[in-house]
Design a protein around this ligand. Sequence first.
Ligand SMILES: NC(=O)c1ccc[n+]([C@@H]2O[C@H](COP(=O)([O-])OP(=O)(O)OC[C@H]3O[C@@H](n4cnc5c(N)ncnc54)[C@H](O)[C@@H]3O)[C@@H](O)[C@H]2O)c1
Length: 321
Amino acid sequence: MSQPKPIRRVAIIGTGVIGASWTALFLANGLEVVATDVAPDAEAALKRFVAAAWPALQRLGLAPGATQNKLTFTAALVDAVKGADLVQENGPEKIDFKRTLYRQLDELLPADVIIASSSSGLTMSEIQSACERHPERCVIGHPFNPPHLVPLVEIVGGAKTAEDTIQRTAAFYTSLGKRTVRLNKEVPGHVANRLQAALAREVYHLVAEGVVSVADVDTALCWGPGLRWGILGQVMLNHLGGGQGGIEHFFKQFTGPMTAWWKVLGNPELTPEVQKKLIDGVHAEVGSRSVDELAAERDEVLLGLIEMRNQIGKANKAKVA
Ligand SMILES: NC(=O)c1ccc[n+]([C@@H]2O[C@H](COP(=O)([O-])OP(=O)(O)OC[C@H]3O[C@@H](n4cnc5c(N)ncnc54)[C@H](O)[C@@H]3O)[C@@H](O)[C@H]2O)c1
């Protein structure tokens, strides 16, 4: 692996939902950020977002030198990427858009500048095949919304991505306190979105079939398995589910019933009628709360959980040391 280039200045392309949140995270880590977007009100919206996210980031702890003043905005892509050590791309999830953009970025940027895409499900092989010079520095760095709070980043290279790029990208995100997961193979939707999609399919099926209301299926998820999944993953939970006998006993006991349920899991069609049922159910569950109020509720609890996990992580490290 070559000597890693220190990353001090990040270019953000696309400052919508994900780009704005990455911007806040990078600034909180003391980095310089130059952002670009084509939307007419993008600069003001970005600055509003960062200011609103700042108290939460302060609670989690700002890096030395972290300030919102290290953010600059330019409407010109060429200016945004000039002097950048890493590009985090958050443009629309359309393959033609990304391919055209990556071809242009590849022309503009020196070979050692990593170009990381937040893409939720496109493969890097398809995107980077548009790059004629240095496709090896292109990689997927897929965050979970909102990236300024949720630690997960999935890293996956394409057919032409260099191992060195993957390692440097992982080291960079890790240095910001992110939890990275590396995919050894490209699959549509990466890993975490596939997990969500598998669950969403059954949720929609159960509602479509009238087994349960939208509010109740959400309660079943977030007050049951969802709480545990925030602490331990599926396979570790299976280990605990087997009691003292661990996962070996779990498989002895549950292989039969679990695989029988797999055979009857649903495969719903999202017809207009099914969508209406889900939409009506959500509005009944939401009541008069606005999207902003719901997001604030989510972020408040999320922040508390992250703080608690950070404290426990530190305490465990201290015990080991
Ligand atoms: N929304 C999510 O939950 C989520 C989560 C993880 C990853 N992602 C991925 O992040 C990327 C962005 O998604 P989003 O939800 O933020 O979308 P978004 O629509 O909120 O933002 C996209 C932004 O790109 C801008 N844009 C369009 N053309 C541009 C150009 N030529 N140059 C610069 N900016 C341009 C748009 O004006 C917009 O502000 C996608 O690849 C998506 O798959 C989204």
